[in-house]
Write a protein that binds this ligand. Structure first.
Ligand SMILES: O=C(O)CCC(=O)C(=O)O
Length: 260
């Protein structure tokens, strides 16, 4: 918990750490009341009250099912497409503001997602670099906000990062297992740093930073709201090439999806 910097500490601290390490942790991006508000929204998605169709899948489908009827790792793409007012709410506004400080004024919203590790689902997210999922873009700047809505510890699946990995060549990636769309590459906890967070705090990582999370072996939930930003020109290039992070054409439709 002590690795976090305050959002309103000198902006240079946040940007320096992001540039140097490829990630930075920011304390208390959301207040406790705001966390509660986003937990309620999260519940509407996870319970199925907001129907997201094939935007929901199991990011842990490559591993054996851990709890009958429960996804190993619940992934819901594009919450802001299903609930448009999210764009005007505090989380999206604050993340855009920080993204512009980190990447420059041309940074814009690219996509968002929810990833939950339910209690005792015990499925790690494999080591990977986000850019392995994306088209190769000429401007590599990208920032991904991973906002904790529960306490995030090593044992329920906080994020681990390999400092400085965004400055090195990308590692080769492969499908993580027999089923699902997750990718993996070779890396280990010995190279990495775990960032435990309290609810409302977040990490921000670069699109080339190696990261991973352990499975949730605890009795508490691990909910993350994830928002991605990059220069508007690169978003336009992605979309012109027909790539929209699964918004219209959901390439992950074939994943093994189990409703909870
Ligand atoms: O939540 C997780 O376990 C993984 C999240 C992730 O890979 C990401 O936000 O890029």
């Amino acid at each position: 918990m002590d690795q976090t910097v305050r959002l309103f500490s000198p902006a240079a601290d946040v940007a320096d750490q992001f540039d140097r390490n490829g990630y930075v942790a920011i304390a208390d991006l959301l207040s406790p009341e705001e966390v509660k508000h986003y937990q309620e929204i999260y519940e509407a998605f996870v319970s199925g009250r907001i129907d997201v169709g094939s935007h929901r899948s199991d990011l842990g489908a490559h591993a054996d099912a851990r709890r009958p009827g429960v996804e190993n790792v619940t992934q819901i793409m594009w919450p802001s497409h299903h609930l448009l007012e999210l764009h005007d709410e505090v989380l999206h506004r604050r993340c855009l503001d920080v993204a512009r400080r980190l990447l420059g004024p041309e940074a814009a919203f690219d996509f968002d997602m929810l990833i939950e590790k339910a209690p005792q689902t015990d499925t790690p997210t494999p080591w990977h670099q986000d850019a392995a999922y994306w088209p190769d873009l000429p401007d590599k700047r990208a920032a991904s906000f991973w906002v904790a809505l529960d306490v995030a510890t090593r044992d329920n699946g906080c994020m681990w990062f390999v400092p400085g990995s965004h400055l090195k060549p990308m590692r080769p990636h492969r499908p993580a297992g027999r089923g699902g769309g997750a990718l993996e590459c070779d890396a280990s906890e010995a190279e990495g740093v775990a960032v435990e967070l309290r609810p409302g705090s977040c990490t921000v990582h670069h699109g080339h930073t190696l990261h991973y999370s352990r499975g949730n072996s605890t009795r508490i939930r691990r909910r993350a709201f994830i928002l991605n930003y990059r220069p508007q020109e690169m978003i336009d290039l992605e979309r012109a090439g027909g790539f929209d992070h699964g918004k219209q054409v959901n390439v992950r439709q074939l994943r093994n999806v189990q409703a909870r």
